[in-house]
Design a protein around this ligand. Structure first.
Ligand code: SF4
Length: 334
């Protein structure tokens, strides 16, 4: 069976839903009156990973590591410079127009700031109904019933329909955004810093809601966040990105208990550890993240890595499986 084929276990489709292969996204840097191209910002630079059906894959890394750009590439809001993206067994790398609009029903995005993603002039009912109306997926009365049901599913009362986004708190607005995202029964949700703007207690409510919805609707998530604790809470596997590249990707428990890549080790050493008996030695990284317009040669992390070797400066390490699904790009494990 190919990795993109479906199989069925206990009545639930299994197998790979999303396959990202060697994807790059370069943004040109131009100069002068004729806007001559003088370089590229390598926002995403040869990233590969897959997502199983019903799985949550966390993507973490510092600001500017390319995780949000990766999310937008999956959503096909951006065109990749190179590489391919397969969704549900179909190559969607170059689909456009009506075909893309049709496909978008299956993958939806939730953003950090629900307020800016919800039109303030539309009532909540209209906002949640809009994707169904645009895509003509149901009759008016069916849409009305489904809006009420969706609002109830995300923990809002049906009378929220008549109200407007500004009348709700940040957590409630995120619930509205989730109801809207669910309206077309997507298979995949890309959540980009979906709880970062919320208070900690509200964050927990939204994370629990997303987990419940995953079970109920068989959803898969790509969960993008800079917050390692949040990613640990929601993910089955976690990918760690640095300067547009995947440094390490592994099942959550392996990654958090035995990180192999020096960058993952440094990130985790700086994250608060809720279990008091677990003591991690803090690894202080020196220097700033290099510019993606001029990434270092060899391993992109070599300018800050405490374990740098000569080979790291000239040869780019490739991702290798070190057992149990722990895949690492580092010459230490060559
Ligand atoms: Fe550090 Fe070298 Fe590994 Fe890069 S390849 S993380 S520089 S040891």
């Amino acid at each position: 069976m190919s990795v993109t084929e479906k199989s069925v276990k206990d009545g639930v489709a299994t197998g790979t839903l999303l396959e990202v292969k060697g994807v790059k996204k370069y943004f040109p840097i131009t100069a002068g009156v004729i806007r001559r191209k003088v370089g590229d910002i390598k926002a995403v630079d040869d990233v590969s990973f897959h997502l199983n059906r019903g799985e949550t894959l966390g993507l973490v890394g510092e600001s500017g590591c390319g995780k949000s750009t990766t999310g937008r590439l999956i959503m096909r809001v951006l065109d990749p410079t190179e590489g391919s993206i397969e969704f549900d067994g179909k190559d969607i790398t170059h689909v456009r127009g009506s075909e893309l609009r049709h496909l978008r029903k299956d993958f939806q995005m939730i953003f950090q700031d629900p307020y800016s993603s919800l039109n303030p002039r539309m009532s909540v009912g209209t906002l949640v109904a809009e994707p169904m109306v645009v895509n003509k997926t149901a009759s008016r009365s069916e849409i009305k019933d489904r809006v009420a049901w969706l609002l109830e599913t995300v923990g809002l009362s049906a009378d929220a329909r008549q109200r407007y986004p500004h009348e709700f708190s940040g957590g409630q607005r995120q619930r509205i955004a989730i109801a809207r995202a669910l309206s077309l029964r997507p298979k995949l949700i890309v959540a980009d810093e979906a709880v970062s703007a919320l208070d900690v207690s509200i964050q927990a409510q939204i994370l629990n809601l997303l987990a419940d919805l995953r079970k109920e609707f068989g959803l898969s998530y790509v969960f993008i966040s800079h917050n390692l604790a949040v990613v640990k809470h929601v993910s089955d596997r976690v990918g760690v990105m640095y300067l547009g590249r995947m440094a390490e990707i592994a099942p959550k428990d392996l990654l958090y208990s035995n990180p192999l890549h020096p960058y993952t080790q440094a990130l985790l050493s700086a994250a608060p550890e809720p279990k008091r008996h677990v003591q991690r030695e803090r690894i202080i990284l020196v220097g700033d993240v290099p510019s993606p317009a001029k990434p270092p040669s060899g391993c992109a992390f070599h300018t800050r890595c405490p374990k740098v070797m000569d080979v790291c400066r000239s040869e780019r390490p490739i991702l290798k499986d070190h057992g149990g699904g722990q895949i690492v790009a580092c010459h230490l494990y060559a």
